[in-house]
Write a protein that binds this ligand. Structure first.
Ligand code: TRP
Length: 455
């Protein structure tokens, strides 16, 4: 089974070398594993909470998308999208808001810190705090729960948010009596390097000590490296590699052999200017080919848009049926699907003339029991798995009649799989493309709802 790993990147800044080494590079590496189904998205709704600067958010969305793609993210293999292209996320945010304990949100670290700051200043506790900041954890829970992510790689500062997502998932599951959401787990990367910045403190845009990843080109990189703070030792004097940001950054890019050689050079007294030169060349060897891709991507925003729209379609293929199921559970079922069922029941009772979806059971060549589901017009919608026991096949049919379109449908590239209690029980034929699959999804839901109203 694949593990679904999901993470969001807030679009408020320009990626720097620390982001690359600490997040982008390891995440892309992990996304290549066969047992990982990776979801990466730009959390641009979250960005609105932190910044009202529209131009900056727009620029940041583009730079982050181009950076991740240039760094080797494969949008065919992973699902790469923008939060704001998935309307199911704000919809789920509201569903979760309605089960969220206000007291839990009062305890969120970021909110509490803002309140403490206000109190310290003698202000009203909630001065200048938006409801957006307050709701931040619920929006983040919706990001995760809409896709049934198993693991969420985050920094330590985000652990509380994942715990809240679990809490909300559990509450919802409990209140509505079903396993509607997977309970996500935080994945804390212990050995991921945090890179020092120009002043030796952790590289972070809040310290204004960053080395840009691609922005500013090779020149920008060189200029930043030249500003890395060093001690005042002269050329010829031995330098301490373990007390040098320069060396730590070098190590994050170099092989063990290269690192040992650089350590030796420092101990033997290479001048800081020359050492910076060596560092620049080592980073450049890795980044130059990526930067070329970055420039091409950033020069073609329409191309990026297309990739992201494709990602949004992939993501929505999962979130749309999920939210449809939740709507049913919450009593927000479309009146149309009920009316169709009700009127057809009447006519079925009256004359049996109106065609309805139906199951057809049979025994396959291996002696196992299976069934098909046909739509009212005779289209084959589902073929069940093989059951050794005909009763088991019958039970599944009964359960489907009870559930209607609230049954869990897993969306696959060219088909749909129906699950009961986490087990696959039936699947659709393979469709020619995703849009035929999505059409079929609507017909299948309609048929299941019609069956449910017949019961
Ligand atoms: N809050 C995260 C951060 O600041 C970004 C984020 C938003 C996120 N939604 C997410 C991370 C969902 C993981 C999963 O880093």
């Amino acid at each position: 089974m694949q593990t679904r790993v999901l993470t969001g990147i807030t679009t408020t800044g320009t990626p720097h070398l620390g982001n690359y080494v600490g997040a982008i590079r390891p995440a892309i590496e992990a996304s290549r594993r066969a047992d990982v189904d990776a979801f990466f998205f730009m959390a641009d709704y979250h960005a609105l909470i932190k910044s009202g600067d529209a131009a900056r958010i727009e620029r940041s969305r583009l730079e982050i998308a181009a950076s991740w793609l240039a760094a080797g993210l494969d949008p065919q293999k992973v699902t790469f999208y923008r939060q704001s292209d998935i309307p199911e996320i704000p919809e789920l945010t509201w569903f979760l808001t309605c089960v969220a304990a206000k007291g839990m949100l009062n305890r969120a670290h970021a909110y509490k810190a803002a309140v403490d700051r206000n109190t310290g200043l003698g202000e009203d506790p909630d001065a200048a705090i938006t409801a957006g900041l307050y709701m931040y954890p619920v929006l983040m829970a919706a990001d995760i729960l809409a896709f049934d992510a198993h693991q969420v790689p985050v920094g330590r500062d985000q652990i509380q948010h994942i715990e809240m997502a679990r809490d909300l998932a559990q509450r919802f599951n409990h209140l509505h009596g079903g396993a509607f959401f997977v309970l996500p787990e935080a994945l804390i990367e212990e050995q991921v390097a945090t890179l020092p910045g120009l002043d030796g403190r952790k590289m972070s845009k809040s310290y204004d000590n960053t080395i840009p990843l691609f922005a500013g080109g090779e020149k920008g990189l060189r200029e930043a490296v030249m500003r890395i703070v060093t001690d005042s030792r002269l050329p010829g004097e031995p330098k301490d590699p373990d007390d040098s940001a320069l060396f730590t950054i070098f190590r994050a890019f170099a092989s063990a052999t290269e690192t040992a050689a650089f350590r030796q050079a420092l101990l033997e007294g290479i001048g800081w200017g020359d050492a910076k030169q060596v560092l620049c060349e080592r980073i450049e060897a890795d980044l130059a080919p990526l930067r070329e891709r970055y420039e091409a991507l950033i020069g073609d925003p329409v191309g990026i848009e297309e990739i992201l729209q494709q990602g949004a379609r992939k993501a929505r293929a999962i979130a749309t049926p999920k939210l449809a199921q939740l709507r049913e559970v919450l009593g927000l079922r479309s009146a149309a699907s009920r009316a169709v069922g009700a009127s057809s029941r009447r006519s079925a009772d009256a004359s049996k003339s109106r065609k309805m979806p139906r199951f057809a059971s049979f025994r396959d060549a291996d002696g196992n029991f299976r069934f098909r589901l046909f739509a009212a017009d005779g289209e084959e919608l589902l073929l069940s798995s093989a059951f050794a026991d005909p009763k088991a096949a019958g039970t599944v049919q009964k359960q489907l009649k009870t559930l209607g379109s609230a049954a869990v449908l897993q969306v696959q590239p060219l088909g749909l799989m129906l699950e009961l209690e986490g087990q696959p029980v039936a699947s659709t034929p393979e469709y020619a493309d995703q849009s035929s699959r999505d059409q079929a999804l609507l017909r299948l839901r309609e048929a299941l709802d019609q069956l449910a109203t017949l019961e």
